[in-house]
Design a protein around this ligand. Structure first.
Ligand code: CTP
Length: 403
């Protein structure tokens, strides 16, 4: 039984949300409803209180003084149906000028939107951009259907039927629960896990170097969580600004150092996770500081050794190898290519063009591509929770390989 928060905003489809609430209650879930003022001009809050058996969070009549916090922390999933163009735009802009929007901003659970509006409004570029932007932030959309709308126009914008919305919301809830159910506290005990983390630094001369934006947070989250789950952790780390109690940290500077450290330890690892942002090229090193003599300076770069590829070709049958793919576009295609080319078991791919996840942020959102063709989306979560999912999936694969 889960806690489902249903948000109703001001559109004629609000009457269908009564059926949605009834579907959830019939399926045995706890349901609470929140409504905007406009929504109440379409359907009375009494209808929702009778169906949900709970007080409705209303604009001018909140059940408690801090209902937006109480309702948001109570929810396991939140569905806004119908979601008007106005509410969609405000969520995307982070606006919290009513109780429903304030509750949404405080949510820690998955958020699902079921847009409903007139066809011209729905096809408006601004609305479409808002929808895409929210999807890229990990918010689920149950896109509208086509049909005859209440305004007597024919086209896209009709809210999906309540039974379809209910089924999709419950699927989202189950898939997120499945991932967390897979995690057991001691599932890595007795296993050795080698993790690479952080950036590499490639010196040009004694005072200058080339590096990248990696903070090392994802790799360290993996190492810390693996350690808590009972693993013997070997962390090979580039220079980062993170304090850690992991006993075995091999500190390195360059890609060459990381490769050498890797060679010393990879044989004893059961699971190898390559979260480091290793330089693809290094400059030919000048022993003395380069002087600025000419207008132009040409740096000659050579390819570094690809550690993940090396691990893939030298992998023992019972070892699990996980690589990362940081992509700005065509994520699925490139991740699948990497999986095959580098002979990894799992590629953890993320979209580094997004500002809310990746490099220096605390959250991340990863899609795991498995060698058997299956795919798992983590949704946006803290790097610690993402780390637990990656570790759990690796441990499951390891036990399958070692049956
Ligand atoms: N990697 C590595 N050794 C390198 C380069 C990368 O082990 N010399 C690992 C990273 O730790 C990561 C994965 O390979 O797990 C990333 O693959 P990579 O080919 O570096 O990705 P991109 O550099 O993004 O590749 P491309 O430029 O082809 O997109």
């Amino acid at each position: 039984m889960s806690n489902i928060l249903v948000g109703v905003t001001g559109g004629i489809a609000a009457y269908k949300s009564a059926y949605l609430v009834r579907e959830f209650v019939r399926a045995g879930h706890n349901v609470k409803v929140m409504m905007t003022k406009k929504a109440e001009s379409f359907v009375s809050h009494t209808t929702f209180e009778a169906l949900s058996l709970n007080p409705v969070l209303r604009e001018n009549n909140t059940p408690t003084p801090i209902s937006h916090i109480d309702y948001s922390s109570w929810a396991d999933v939140c569905i806004i149906a119908p979601a008007t163009a106005n509410t969609i735009g405000k969520i995307n802009a982070g606006i919290a000028d009513n109780e429903l929007l304030s509750t949404i901003l405080a949510l820690k659970c998955p958020l699902v939107l079921a847009p409903a509006m007139n066809t011209n409004m729905y096809s408006n570029t601004i609305v479409q951009e808002n929808i895409r932007s929210l999807q890229s932030k990990g918010i689920y959309m149950i896109l509208p259907a086509s049909g005859l709308l209440a305004c007597q126009t024919e086209g896209e914008g009709k809210m999906q039927d309540p039974d379809i919305i209910a089924e999709k919301v419950l699927n989202i809830l189950n898939s997120e629960n499945d991932l967390s159910l897979k995690i057991e506290n001691d599932m890595l005990s007795g296993l050795t896990i080698l993790i690479t983390a952080g950036p590499t630094k490639e010196y040009i001369d004694p005072v200058r170097y080339i590096t990248n934006k990696s903070s090392g947070k994802m790799g360290y989250a993996l190492a810390e969580e693996a350690y808590k789950m009972g693993a013997n952790v070997i962390l090979i780390s580039g220079e980062v600004n993170i304090k850690s109690d992991i006993p075995n940290i091999q500190k390195i500077v360059s890609a060459e150092d990381m490769y050498n450290a890797f060679l010393s330890f990879y044989n004893e690892a059961d699971i190898i996770i390559m979260a480091a942002a290793v330089a693809d090229y290094f400059p030919v090193y000048e022993n003395k500081k380069i002087k600025k003599n000419d207008n132009e300076l040409v740096l000659h770069l050579q390819k570094t050794k690809d550690i993940l590829s090396y691990a893939g070709t030298h992998k023992k049958e019972n070892q699990v190898l996980v690589g990362f793919a940081a992509e700005t576009n065509n994520m699925e295609e490139y991740a699948k290519q990497k999986l095959e080319k580098k002979k990894a078991d799992i590629i953890a791919a993320n979209d580094v063009s997004r500002k809310d996840i990746g490099f220096d942020s605390i959250d991340n959102e990863i899609t795991l591509f498995f060698a058997d063709g299956s795919i798992t989306h983590t949704g946006k979560q803290s790097k610690q929770d993402i780390a637990k999912i990656i570790l759990a999936e690796s441990a499951i694969l390891h036990s399958e390989k070692n049956k």
